[in-house]
Design a protein. Structure first.
Length: 74
C-alpha cells in the first residue's frame, strides 16, 4: 500500500510541476522529436491552399511573433 501511495504522490507532483510550468510560460507541452516539422512538412494536410481555420491560426501566430519581437527586452 505504501508503494501505491508513493507512486501516486510522485505522479501528482509531476502534474503539479507541469501545470506550474504551463502557467508561467503559457506554452503547451511539446514532444522532443519535432513532429512533422522535423521531416520538413509544414502542415498535416496535403492541400495546396490552407483552410480558413489554418489561415487564422497562422495569422495569430504571426501577430504573436511580431508582438514578442516588439516587446522583447533583451
Amino acid at each position: 500500500m505504501s508503494t501505491f501511495i508513493a507512486a501516486f504522490v510522485v505522479l501528482l507532483l509531476f502534474f503539479v510541476l507541469m501545470s506550474v510550468g504551463y502557467f508561467i510560460k503559457h506554452k503547451a507541452v511539446e514532444g522532443s522529436c519535432g513532429g512533422l516539422g522535423a521531416l520538413g512538412i509544414e502542415k498535416a494536410c496535403d492541400c495546396d491552399d490552407p483552410c480558413d481555420k489554418r489561415k487564422r491560426r497562422m495569422a495569430a501566430e504571426e501577430e504573436r511573433r511580431e508582438k514578442l519581437a516588439k516587446d522583447r527586452i533583451i
